[in-house]
Ligand binder design. Sequence first.
Ligand code: ADE
Length: 353
Amino acid sequence: MDKQATTKKEIQQNLLHWFDKNKRDLPWRKTKDPYKIWVSEIMLQQTRVDTVIAYYNRFIESFPTVEDLAAADEQDVLKHWQGLGYYSRARNLHKGAQMVREQFGGEFPKEPDKVKKIPGIGPYTAGAILSIAFNLPYPAVDGNVLRVFSRVFAIKEDIAQPQTVKLIQQKAAAYMPEGHEGNFTEALMELGALICIPVSPLCLTCPLFHQCEARLQGIQDELPVKRKKAKPRPMHMVFCIIGCGTEILIVQNPFGRLLKGMWGFPGQEGSTGKDEETVERILTELGIAASGVQKWGTARHIFTHMDWDMHIYRCEAESKQAVGQPHRWIGKEETDQYPFPKVYQKILSRIKW
Ligand code: ADE
């Protein structure tokens, strides 16, 4: 065997052996059901493992099969996602379950082209599910795996560039060991999470210590090379808690597509020093006559692209007038019936009813 083939075999064997001995006991590792692996991968896309565990268990308990999820009410699905953020993940998962039921007869497909047609599933998630559930040789390259490969092969190109991702995807596909594709995928993720961490990787305990090009060249702390993302845009936001007796007004889709299906408080972007005008605009657009406008507090919430400096006002509506968007007037005890994203929970939890 030439040197390259020997190194490849060593990388595969060392990684699989290390994973076998060191893998964390995680609930989605006790199953080969593609539906459950799909749910876990979607939850894990933007959320930490520690946080996902409880959400995953609760979700699977409520929706144990793809049919159960397909038949569920979207509001109920969103309610199970409350607090995880990035709610389009939940809406897509729900739509995806309906697609699996209607187009694939309830069986999760094994063909990558079909899998990638499911809403919310891109190349990464497709590779993760196909390799983990079915041991098929499709790699799952996420941020962790990009970091591991850029170090193991001392790849110095920017991993934010599509051509670098492509190169690493090809390498990852070429390194998948036959018959152990699922474990290899998870071993790479696990190595990235536990050993080949972003800052000060733990090379001394790494199973690829002898094979890692970056470590051999002493450049593991400089890799991967990644262009900085733009900072979230600071926005001055104004919100109204509109009361009517013991009830308050909540609106659905409070910020357009971003929070579609979720519930929150009427609000708009405003300018510093002009909150009164913004409050007026919010009330006018809702068609509500209200009085007793008072500043009630501030809060901050950072999304991927926006940094909200929130100024919250309270006022009293004359009556429960018609409002030109889906809405409810709710009392304190009804709040847990509606899915609220974190940003509005920050407001909700501090309301003095
Ligand atoms: N991150 C993404 N997918 C994962 C998995 N299957 N196990 C642990 N962490 C992950």
